[in-house]
Design a protein around this ligand. Structure first.
Ligand code: NAD
Ligand code: UDP
Length: 325
């Protein structure tokens, strides 16, 4: 059956890859985006498809559409982007969730919500790796709170609409994901390091680089989103989606320098930002068990196409967020 599927944030990094996959499956895809952190170039190759439609819309305002499924991805995701206008970030998470859930309640659409590992905040060693049952260590008044608490409130809304209004929900907690079409100026570690390596500039470690992250390649992540949407209705999640292979930020820097054949030096430029988690690694046993999902791409193999993509783009065509959003 051909389904009508709404992807909010569909022009973004993850959203555009998801739209590609849904269009290729022959589904009828409606992409909604306000282009706060994305470029039309991410989806322009889809515009000629009869089963793809683009709507410029801000999800803090209600949507009036008839759909069967919703992937709710609209929200800036990188610290530099979500801290640019923190009030707008929390409004996007919370009001976006309310608007999407209202639509789902009316149309009886299934909703998959893109939550984040940031709901775990800065976990202590005994909560490492993080299972879904870990309730988090988030500073509610810090510089990351607009995103972390916004995403936590959106999860609450998903489960309240599910219990109170029987909305068919699924919640995924996405861990750091990278790949082609990530915003080259999003300030995140992979985009910074690749840009710096390709220009022969110093690679900027914040702190001594001993903090760790686990990086998932975009294609693996999209597989997880699709599996979760197709999972039985009794499986609401939340479920972690990410690659459990953990690397220190210094190891990542060395890997990017070596794969890009760069002469860049790795230097410590500033202390770790406030509330920057020391370590982060997903426990994906639930995703393995319930979805039969696990990532396949190693960091080295995923960095190669990402570096190639950075080489292929015109950096001048990308802009930072502007005050008008
Ligand atoms: P992205 O910034 O590339 O994409 C987000 C998209 O949402 C952009 O196209 C942006 O223009 C759009 N958007 C933002 N505010 C909006 C609004 N008010 N109305 C309409 N559109 C709006 O980021 P991404 O990496 O593709 O992330 C997608 C989703 O996945 C986000 O919800 C993010 O929180 C979540 N996530 C991503 C990661 C990751 O590592 N990429 C990790 C955890 C969670
Ligand atoms: N980081 C770094 N140099 C950079 C950008 C980031 O050392 O140029 C560090 C940052 O302090 C954090 C890690 O890399 O410890 C991942 O940061 P990112 O912003 O990519 O994502 P998040 O903190 O949300 O996981």
């Amino acid at each position: 059956m051909i389904k009508r599927i709404l992807v909010t944030g569909g022009a973004g990094f993850l959203g555009s890859h998801l739209c590609d996959r849904l269009v290729a499956r022959g589904q009828d895809v409606i992409c909604v985006d306000n282009f706060f952190t994305s470029q039309k170039s991410n989806i322009e190759h889809l515009l000629e498809n009869h089963n793809f439609e683009l709507i410029r819309h801000d999800v803090t305002h209600p949507l009036w559409l008839e759909v069967d499924e919703v992937f709710n991805l609209a929200c800036p995701a990188a610290p530099g982007h979500y801290q640019y206008n923190p009030i707008k970030t929390i409004k996007t998470s919370v009001m976006g969730a309310i608007n999407v859930l209202g639509l789902a309640k009316r149309t009886k659409a299934k909703v998959l919500h893109a939550s984040t590992s940031e709901v775990y905040g800065d976990p202590p060693p005994e909560a490492h790796p993080q299972p879904e049952s870990y309730r988090g260590n988030v500073n509610p008044i810090g510089p990351r709170a607009c995103y972390d608490e916004g995403k936590r409130a959106a999860e609450t809304l998903m489960f309240d609409y599910h219990r109170q209004n029987k909305v068919n929900i699924r919640v995924v907690r996405i861990f750091n994901t990278y790949g082609p079409r990530m915003h080259p100026y999003d300030g995140r570690v992979i985009s910074n390091f690749i840009r710096q390596a390709l220009r022969g500039e110093n690679i900027t470690l914040y702190g001594d680089g001993s903090q760790s992250r686990s990086f998932c390649y975009v294609d693996d992540l999209i597989d997880g989103l699709l599996k979760m949407m197709d999972a039985p209705d009794d499986f609401t999640g939340p479920v972690n989606l990410g690659n459990p292979e953990e690397f220190t930020i210094r190891e990542l820097a060395e890997c990017v320098v070596s794969l890009s054949g760069s002469k860049s030096k790795i230097v410590q430029t500033r202390p770790r930002p406030e509330d920057d988690p020391i370590q982060r690694q997903p426990d994906i046993s639930l995703a393995k068990r319930r979805l039969g999902w696990e990532p396949r791409m190693s960091l080295q193999n995923g960095l190669r196409p990402t570096i190639d993509w950075f080489k292929s783009i015109d950096l001048a065509a990308f802009r930072a967020p502007t005050p008008n959003y």
